[in-house]
Write a protein that binds this ligand. Structure first.
Ligand code: 13P
Length: 335
């Protein structure tokens, strides 16, 4: 076991109030976001965009680690430097998304199971040799009529636990991500119940697969009403429900929770993270940080528009949103 190595990596990722930047959108996902902003969907544009992010000056003031996608970790900057070494030289630890995406769960309409376990042991060794020190696997849980089923929750928990065990064997910190989606008109209470169920199933599976909880990072959703829910909850209500849910389901041995933003606006994601830390930090056993993609990148991507002339302003916006996320992690966010 690599307990000490894993703990060191986690300490470095979250040192001095920092968090994680997710820049690991799969090709279909980043292409969708490019298309929405009129940016050509090519390998070269994806490379340029990831170079823009990785070379943003001062990003390491608030970002301890960045999650890359397979295509990106194999790419280089225009000066021929591998993307992972640009990050390392900037004091940012490279990580890697290793799941192969959420696919339809046979026999369970509208539910998904994340694939990618076959050959994972060998892929983890390759990624470690390319510089990655942590990994990510995302499970997707959808709330709807009669779903999620226990079968879907358990199948995803099982896959997350097998992935986490393989990462720890390889000396990589597993980010374990059971995402309950915001899509739908469900209430905050329904999100609470589903998130609690998913987390309890996850920690049972991690226990049975002998995963060392001190060597994982949990990347969950916050407890939120669905996007189409007519009842809007206050920032304080979201913070209180999120804290209550995680205290009931996440063991104290877990060193860090790094929330995903999940389609909240950058401001909402920061306000919620701020409220959790400001009001509860001293009573929580774990670091409560962020691993945002959209809530850090969105203004940057919109400003870039695929044009070299916009790189400077796009980098400024990225730097700014990363700073604000780190302030929220400390409970010091001012919008
Ligand atoms: P968002 O912050 O955009 O939800 O993305 C986080 C992530 O990495 C999803 O897997």
């Amino acid at each position: 076991m690599h307990t000490k190595l894993l703990k060191n990596t986690i300490e470095q990722l979250f040192a001095n109030g920092k968090g994680i930047l997710a820049m690991d959108e799969s090709t279909p996902t980043i292409d969708k976001r490019f298309s929405a902003n009129g940016i050509p969907q090519t390998v070269e544009m994806r490379r340029k965009y990831r170079e823009l992010i990785a070379t943003t000056a001062g990003l390491n003031e608030s970002i301890g680690g960045a999650i890359l996608y397979d295509e990106t970790i194999r790419q280089q900057t225009k000066n021929g430097e591998p993307m992972a070494s640009v990050l390392m030289n900037a004091g940012i630890i490279p990580g890697i998304k290793v799941d192969m995406g959420a696919k339809a769960l046979a026999g369970f309409p509208n539910e998904k199971i994340t694939e990618g376990l076959d050959g994972l042991r060998e892929r983890l060794v390759d990624y470690r040799n390319m510089g990655a020190r942590f990994a990510k696997w995302r499970a997707v849980i959808t709330i709807g009529d009669g779903i999620p089923t226990k079968t879907c929750i358990d199948a995803n928990a099982h896959a997350l636990a097998r992935y986490a065990a393989l990462c720890q064997e390889a000396g990589l910190v597993p980010i374990v991500e059971p995402e309950v989606l915001m899509d739908g008109n469900h209430s905050l209470q329904r999100c609470y119940e589903v998130t609690e169920h998913a987390l309890k199933a996850l920690f049972e599976a991690l226990y049975y697969f002998r995963v060392d909880l001190q060597g994982i990072i949990l990347k969950p959703n916050m407890v939120l009403p669905g996007k189409e829910c007519s009842d809007k909850n206050s920032i304080d209500e979201v913070a209180a429900a999120t804290v209550k849910c995680f205290l009931s389901a996440v063991p104290a041995a877990v060193p860090a929770i790094a929330f995903l933003s999940g389609g909240q606006s950058p401001q909402q994601a920061s306000q919620h993270l701020h409220a959790i830390n400001k009001d509860y930090k001293d009573h929580l056993p774990w670091i409560v940080a962020f691993s945002f993609a959209r809530a850090i990148q969105q203004p940057c991507l919109e400003a870039w528009k695929g044009k070299d002339a916009n790189v400077e302003i796009a980098q400024k916006l990225l730097y700014h949103r990363a700073k604000l996320s780190a302030a929220a992690r400390r409970g010091e966010y001012k919008s």
